[in-house]
Write a protein that binds this ligand. Structure first.
Ligand SMILES: [Zn+2]
Length: 402
């Protein structure tokens, strides 16, 4: 079979047609995967759309690029005539469909040269698009749905025996909401969302108190004892956890309360005595493009993880009901503390996450008891040693310290 016939068959099966012998350069697209494809397939020294010219080839055949785009589109969209019910009385398809032009605008193709946009739309002329598997959920949406169901269940229906309930109706294809915990484990392992904090890493903890008090020991500045462990984002009251940050200001913002009777803050700088393995929600990889064939398998889990991360680190108003809002995240933290194991069988030591009060800064919640914090920097068998203490006065007007 000749190349020409091969192209024609590819076009027909992918639902597009050639708009002529044209060449396009990588500058005409924003998507990194399309840019890369063009660079590796460049054969012309001139772009027909933006006029970019070079001695070396910079532009690829638009037909080849169209084939590449069609491959990406069909990962997440399909022709509604393949499976969506149609009712001429109701005025068309019974699910929302998108025209090529609207879809291409959504994908950012409208930000390049107008002539290119027109040719792209013309190549896929008369097409309408619907989400692939139109009556099902994309994997990222199924995960989101499961997380929302789980959050609703443990906040408002059952908090302690959710893993024993059978709430699924026979006609439902979704699994029990609590299976989201296992899905999270799998995603964390597959995406490699574990970071190592090496020995001698510095973690700061802060305590706000009245100026008459003096705190300078690990027992006073480290993890609270179980009888005083208050509830927080990652742990319910009574279950101790070490909360800190990588710098003083973030730690301060996390603990600060508008309580003028507590006008002093003491910072304890701790050093890690062993390497700590942490679930790292603070630095999620970017979401791969739908056109990125090589990394596409990471796209759905990362779409979900970015939403999940935003949800578990969102600011929560302290209105007396915050303990309800914290519950789903506390269960997730407990799951990663006690159930999750790394591929080598070892458990995690904590979670890195973005501060809700300083979103560009990083907080850490360590699965570390009071007994694992020490004043002895040479100790063995402990996780954290206090190595310096600083005491500052709070300026309530600026909500900072001096
Ligand atoms: Zn160009």
């Amino acid at each position: 079979m000749g190349m020409y016939k091969h192209y024609l068959m590819q076009q027909q099966s992918q639902g597009w047609s050639s708009v002529g012998d044209k060449f396009v350069c990588s500058k005409c697209f924003e998507d990194y995967a399309i840019k890369k494809f063009i660079k590796t397939h460049a054969e012309a020294t001139n772009c027909d759309y933006c006029g970019n010219t070079s001695k070396a080839p910079v532009a690829a055949s638009l037909d080849e690029v169209l084939g590449f785009i069609a491959d990406g589109l069909h990962r997440e969209y399909e022709d509604p005539c393949n499976g969506v019910s149609y009712d001429s009385y109701e005025g068309g398809y019974l699910l929302p469909v998108t025209d090529t032009g609207d879809l291409f605008c959504e994908l950012g193709f409208g930000n390049g040269p107008q002539k290119l946009f027109d040719d792209l739309v013309r190549a896929f002329s008369d097409s309408q698009w619907v989400q692939a598997d139109p009556y099902g959920d994309l994997p990222c949406d199924a995960l989101r749905y499961s997380w929302e169901q789980f959050s609703e269940q443990v906040k408002h229906r059952t908090r302690f025996v959710f893993y024993r309930l059978n709430t699924r109706r026979d006609w439902e294809h979704h699994s029990e909401p609590y299976t989201i915990l296992e899905s999270l484990s799998q995603i964390v392992t597959t995406l490699g969302l574990i970071a190592t904090l090496p020995v001698a890493s510095r973690i700061i903890r802060a305590r706000q108190h009245s100026s008459s008090k003096v705190y300078n020991r690990a027992g006073q500045l480290g993890t609270a004892p179980k009888e005083f462990a208050s509830q927080s984002r990652m742990s319910p009251a009574g279950i101790p956890m070490f909360y800190g940050a990588l710098d003083e200001m973030t730690t301060f913002k996390e603990v600060f309360q508008m309580d003028t009777a507590k006008d002093t803050v003491t910072f304890g700088s701790f050093k890690t005595l062993k390497p700590l393995q942490l679930l790292d929600l603070s630095n999620l990889p970017k979401i791969p493009s739908m056109f990125d064939e090589k990394d596409y398998s990471r796209r759905m889990p990362l779409l979900f993880m970015h939403d999940f991360e935003a949800d578990v680190t969102k600011p929560i108003i302290k209105d007396g009901l915050e303990h309800i809002e914290y519950v789903p995240t506390q269960i997730v933290a407990e799951h990663f503390r006690h159930v999750f194991k790394q591929s080598n069988g070892t458990p995690l030591d904590g979670i890195l996450y973005r501060s809700s009060r300083a979103p560009t800064e990083i907080c850490v919640a360590l699965f570390c008891t009071k007994d694992e914090c020490t004043d002895d920097i040479t100790a063995t068998g402990k996780k954290l040693a206090l190595f310096s203490v600083s005491r500052k006065t709070i300026n309530f007007a600026t909500q900072t310290f001096v």
